[in-house]
Write a protein that binds this ligand. Structure first.
Ligand SMILES: [Zn+2]
Length: 102
């Protein structure tokens, strides 16, 4: 497993275990590149405003958030994969090459 994959798995586990994002207000109208569902991707919340992360996990979430470029990160609540949402309203896997904004 590459470093990138390990980081991805850490962030994914954190998001799933803590059931992030806590506030389910930002459902993105984009298609999940993994499962194809168009109404299941939730934008992950900036570490500074995410209240669902307990203090002992804050640093980890913050670090991983930065590692993956921060803005535009999302989680599919159907297939539980993390995605990056591009400016054109498209979503791609975080481990894919040539992803918009990566
Ligand atoms: Zn999905």
């Amino acid at each position: 497993m590459s470093v990138r994959q390990a980081q991805y798995e850490r962030l994914r586990r954190l998001v799933l275990e803590l059931d992030l994002p806590m506030a389910r207000v930002h459902v993105l109208p984009v298609r999940c590149p993994y499962c194809g569902k168009s109404d299941r991707i939730h934008a992950l919340t900036d570490p500074a405003s995410e209240r669902g992360v307990p203090p002992d996990h804050r640093t980890e979430y913050e670090t991983l958030w930065k590692d993956f470029g921060g803005q535009g990160l999302g989680v599919c609540k159907f297939c539980h994969q993390l995605v990056r949402v591009g400016p054109g309203g498209t979503a791609a896997g975080l481990l894919d090459d040539g992803v918009a904004g990566a």
